[in-house]
Design a protein. Structure first.
Length: 465
């Protein structure tokens, strides 16, 4: 089954916000590339008909990426719609009819996790799970217990090889560019170990707030929303050993080994923050203790990384929007004044631009005994005809390539690491919007030589450079 291309796509939640913003543009792009040719069955309980779904798809494309008339016409011809309640077996009988001759569908659950079990059970009873794949949208559980329960539900109907847990962050080309650079350059392999690395920092900063998503965000928080999924994936891409092959299981084996080597987070290695004004957002509880910022310190107890601290921070309403990783190297022994030397570093920027940089100390022109830090920078610009993250993960799931998806053991290991802190009720400190989080970070959780705050040039500054 895993080598077969899915011959149809069924997506639950067809009238929802995710479908409107991401799924329809991705489906049109897949049609353009010739990778989507089977029925696309939208399912929702909305009182709609097929013409209304087609109109929704057109409106989606007009606002999110543009309409390719030929591709849209083909997508429109592939669309089917089932309007029905997920608790009603008749809904799933209708799905079976709309699939027609298709025998290897992919079922995409773009719905709240509370509905996953119900839908999976109904798919099994209706006979449309046999020979099929299931694509599960995040969040995959809210803690270790719920992730295990959800895995048990999925594995009651589907085999693990046919379960695709989406983390759309892995579909982003820059994240895969970092993975490629990690193993395609011999100088990186020589440096990326405890002998040369003093610390690793991963920063995911957003200069905006929760953008009207208060009800969702107040039940989630930064650690659940981006740390235990997106940023752990970035970390494992850097820290993993070279896989013996590039097939999905070999790559995912090495990522799981990284997480297994990390002890559960302790309260003294986490600082949580909440930006001033968060509690006035619609949908947010007045006494909310949900974090909009988190900084944490991890250690990977492996032969390669033992003793090297990994610092992760992420948050809303920070000074810039940027995701990057900074690997700070150990200081060399030196005959020069130590106070003028900065440790070398490697820098991987994932967004808003794709950058790989290496710093060096160069002698100052006006002094024999001092130097300046410079960076050797490689830039990777936008590629023409580049796949969007959602297009990539949908394409790969339908092709049976699980490399960019979290496996059962990975999902559970990630939750194991953060679970103690999520349950501990650690303090939440207020911070001013536009700052780098609460002052407690600088008191309690500071890498040697300090945090490296990303600097993002404005477009005008880039043009003038």
């Amino acid at each position: 089954m895993n080598n077969l291309q899915s011959d149809a796509l069924v997506f639950f939640g067809a009238t929802g916000d995710l479908a409107y913003k991401k799924i329809f543009p991705s489906l049109q792009a897949m049609v353009e590339r010739g990778t989507l040719n089977g029925p696309v069955v939208g399912v929702a309980k909305a009182g709609w008909n097929l013409d209304q779904l087609r109109a929704r798809a057109l409106d989606s494309l007009e606002k999110h990426g543009g309409v390719d008339r030929a591709a849209f016409d083909k997508l429109s011809s592939l669309l089917r719609f089932v309007d029905g309640d997920y608790q009603d077996p008749a809904t799933f009988s209708a799905i079976r009819r709309e699939l027609g001759a298709s025998v290897h569908p992919a079922h995409y659950l773009a719905i709240p996790p509370v509905l996953f079990g119900l839908v999976v059970e109904q798919l099994g009873k209706a006979g449309v799970a046999k020979g099929a794949r299931v694509i599960v949208e995040k969040p995959f559980g809210t803690d270790l217990a719920s992730a295990r329960a959800l895995n048990a539900i999925l594995l009651g109907t589907f085999e693990e090889k046919d379960i695709f847990r989406i983390d759309h962050y892995l579909g982003k080309r820059p994240v895969n560019s970092m993975f490629y650079a990690r193993f395609a350059n011999s100088f990186l392999e020589a440096l990326l170990n405890r002998t040369h690395v003093e610390s690793v920092q991963i920063t995911m900063a957003e200069d905006f707030g929760i953008q009207g998503r208060g009800a969702f965000y107040d039940q989630t928080g930064t650690i659940r929303d981006v740390v235990q999924n997106h940023l752990f994936q970035v970390m494992t891409n850097l820290a993993m050993e070279p896989p013996v092959r590039t097939d999905s299981e070999s790559v995912r084996d090495e990522k799981v080994k990284v997480l297994k080597a990390i002890a559960p987070l302790s309260a003294d290695h986490v600082v949580r923050g909440q930006f001033r004004g968060y509690k006035s957002e619609k949908g947010v509880a007045q006494d909310s203790k949900t974090e909009t910022f988190a900084a944490l310190r991890l250690e990977i107890n492996s032969w390669r990384w033992q003793g090297v601290p990994f610092y992760i921070r992420a948050g809303k309403s920070l000074p810039v929007t940027c995701t990057e990783m900074l690997i700070r190297l150990r200081r060399p022994p030196t005959i020069f004044p130590a106070d003028g030397l900065k440790p070398n570093h490697l820098r991987f920027r994932i967004s808003p631009d794709v950058t790989i940089a290496q710093s060096m100390m160069m002698k100052s022109r006006d002094s024999e005994m001092s130097g300046d830090e410079v960076e050797l920078v490689a830039l990777d610009g936008t590629h023409p005809n580049e796949m969007d993250a959602y297009e990539r993960v949908l394409h790969d799931a339908m092709a049976g390539d699980a490399t960019l998806f979290a496996r059962e053991d990975y999902a559970e290991e990630a939750w194991r690491i953060v679970d103690p802190v999520l349950k501990a009720g650690t303090p939440v400190y207020e911070y001013e919007p536009g700052t780098w989080g609460p002052v407690e970070v600088d008191r309690r959780l500071v890498p040697a030589d300090g945090w490296s705050d990303p600097v993002v040039q404005k477009p005008a500054e880039v043009r003038a450079a």
